[in-house]
Design a protein around this ligand. Structure first.
Ligand code: NAD
Length: 315
C-alpha cells in the first residue's frame, strides 16, 4: 500500500481527491489548516487508511511515515479568498511549496503541484497551450494568486532540475462539483445558489467573456493520471468546451428548472476575457480527456451536493 500526502485535502478538490485515492487502496494523510476548507468535506470519510492533520504548511512540515506521493493542493483559490488573504496566498505558494517539495525530496516521493490556468493571465492566444508564457498583471488584485502559482511552478522546476526531485505540474482550469462553497464568489456556485432560490443570476459585464468548466470527477482522473505518469512539464487539465457566461447562466437555469432572470453587473478588475485549455498534451501523454458535459455535470452537482448546501442554508 502506498502513502499519499494531500495538502488542502479538506477543500473542494482535495476532498474529492482523497476519496479517490482511498478507493484505489492508497493510505492518505490529509494536511489542511481549514482556512478555506472544512472538516465537513471529509467527515463522511471513514476509511481506515485516512488521517487528517490540522497543519499550516507555511510552517515547516514534519512527517514521520514513508511517503510515496505528495499532491500539493493547499492554497486559497477563489478571488474572494485571495483578496481576503493576499499575504497568506503568497506565503502558501512560496514557503508552503518549499516545505512540501522538501518533504518530497527527503522521502523520495513524486510531487504534484496544483497550478492554475491563471498563470496565463488575460491570455493573448486562444486556446492556451502549455508553452504559452502568459499575460499577467503582477500588481493587480489577482497578482497575489497568479504570481504565487507562477513562483511555485518555477520552484518546482528548480527542485526537479537542481535536486532531482520527481515532480509534476498540473494547470487546472475552472472545475466545479459538490462541496464548492455557496458564497465563494465563483460563477457556478453563485449561479446555482441564485437559480435554486429563484433569484436573478448576476452576470458580470455583458456575459460575452468565455470560460470552460470541468466536472470534478474528470479533473480528479486527470490529477491521478498525471501523478502516475513520468511527465515533468506542465499539463493543462480542463474541459475544452467553451461557454460564454451568458450561456452558462442559461444552462444553469435550464438544468435547475429555475424561474430566475439574468441581470448584468460591472466586470471585476483584470477579469480574463477568454479561457479555454488546449488539452493536446494531456491527450497525448496521459490518454486523458473529460467525459462529463456541462449540463450533465451541473445535474450531478445538484444531485450530490443537495439544495441546502448549494443555497448556503447550511454553511
Ligand atoms: P479550496 O479553497 O476548496 O481548497 C484549498 C484548501 O487548502 C482548503 O482546504 C484550505 O483550508 C487549504 N489551505 C489553504 N492554506 C493552507 C495552509 N497554509 N496550510 C494548509 N492548508 C491550507 O480550493 P479548491 O478549489 O479545492 O482548490 C484546490 C487547489 O486547486 C488550489 O491550489 C487551487 O489553486 C487549484 N485550482 C483550483 C481550481 C478550481 O476550479 N477549483 C482551478 C485552478 C486551480
Amino acid at each position: 500500500m502506498s502513502t499519499c500526502v494531500v495538502t488542502g485535502g479538506a477543500g473542494f478538490l482535495g476532498s474529492h481527491l482523497c476519496e479517490r485515492l482511498l478507493a484505489q487502496g492508497h493510505r492518505v494523510i490529509c494536511l489542511d489548516n481549514l482556512d478555506t476548507g472544512s472538516l465537513r468535506n471529509i467527515e463522511h470519510i471513514r476509511a481506515g487508511g485516512f488521517e487528517f492533520r490540522n497543519v499550516d504548511i507555511t510552517e515547516p512540515v514534519e512527517i514521520e511515515e514513508q511517503v510515496d506521493f505528495v499532491y500539493h493542493l493547499a492554497s486559497p483559490a477563489s478571488p474572494i479568498d485571495y483578496a481576503r488573504l493576499p499575504l497568506h496566498t503568497l506565503k502558501v505558494g512560496s514557503y508552503g511549496t518549499h516545505h512540501m517539495l522538501g518533504v518530497a525530496k527527503f522521502k523520495r516521493a513524486r510531487f504534484l503541484l496544483a497550478s492554475t490556468s491563471e498563470v496565463y493571465g488575460d491570455p493573448q492566444i486562444h486556446p492556451q497551450p502549455e508553452n504559452y508564457w502568459g499575460h499577467v498583471n503582477p500588481i493587480g488584485p489577482r497578482g497575489v494568486y497568479d504570481e504565487a502559482k507562477r513562483y511555485a511552478e518555477a520552484l518546482t522546476m528548480a527542485y526537479h532540475r537542481q535536486q532531482g526531485v520527481d515532480t509534476a505540474i498540473v494547470r487546472i482550469f475552472n472545475t466545479y462539483g459538490s462541496r464548492m462553497r455557496a458564497h465563494d464568489g465563483r460563477a457556478i456556485p453563485t449561479f446555482l445558489r441564485q437559480a435554486l432560490q429563484n433569484r436573478p443570476l448576476t452576470v458580470f459585464g455583458d456575459g460575452s467573456q468565455t470560460r470552460s468548466f470541468c466536472y470534478v470527477d474528470d479533473l480528479v482522473n486527470g490529477l491521478v493520471a498525471l501523478m502516475e505518469s513520468d511527465a515533468h512539464q506542465p499539463v493543462n487539465i480542463g474541459n475544452p468546451d467553451e461557454y460564454t457566461l451568458q450561456q452558462l447562466a442559461e444552462t444553469v437555469i435550464e438544468v435547475s428548472g429555475s424561474k430566475s432572470e439574468i441581470v448584468y453587473e460591472a466586470l471585476p478588475t483584470d477579469d480574463p476575457q477568454v479561457r479555454q485549455p488546449d488539452i493536446s498534451r494531456a491527450r497525448e501523454i496521459l490518454g486523458w480527456e473529460p467525459e462529463v458535459s456541462l449540463a450533465d455535470g451541473l445535474a450531478r452537482t445538484i444531485e450530490t451536493a443537495g439544495r441546502e448546501r448549494l443555497t448556503g442554508e447550511t454553511d
